[in-house]
Design a protein. Structure first.
Length: 156
């Protein structure tokens, strides 16, 4: 029983939990926001946003980032780690663009490799902030702001 408890509270388990939660949140964000984005582009007549690979992948990465960032914010993470993790969403696609424009990768290759590399990109970012990602989420919670008191000066 002690081994189970120690695993449950271990840094490795917290690291894996953070990674799985953020991965799930990014795919939920992509799933929820993809159709409204497509409907918007169609309503505006912006077919290039649907047909152009760079536009499509940047919108997709943005949808995934919104879901993941919202979850991280809900879990109490600070803005800097959220921004760092958000950059990890775009990096795999950006790295693939030269291969695409150089004719070395097709549309499917960019999409598959871009998505596959997102999780390792997130893990690399997490490795630079072990203090953030190897602890329980309750440690991310910031204390509630104290209500501001009106400063009054004595008359006189």
């Amino acid at each position: 029983m002690t081994g189970t408890k120690s695993w449950w509270h271990s840094p490795a388990r917290h690291f894996i939990q953070h990674l799985l939660e953020m991965t799930a949140a990014m795919f939920i964000g992509m799933g929820v926001l993809a159709m409204p984005a497509r409907m918007l582009w169609e309503a505006l007549g912006w077919d290039f946003m649907i047909e152009n690979l760079v536009a499509r992948t940047l919108v997709m990465a943005t949808n995934m980032t919104i879901g993941m960032a919202a979850w991280m914010l809900f879990r109490g993470h600070r803005w800097r780690p959220i921004l760092e993790m958000s950059l990890a969403m775009y990096l795999p696609f950006v790295v693939m663009y030269p291969f695409y424009f150089g004719g070395l990768a097709g549309t499917t290759g960019v999409m598959v490799v871009g998505h596959v590399l997102m999780v390792p990109a997130m893990a690399v970012v997490m490795l630079f902030r072990l203090d953030e990602y190897t602890v329980d989420h309750s440690r991310h919670r910031r204390p509630a702001a104290e209500p501001a008191e009106l400063a009054t000066q004595p008359e006189g």
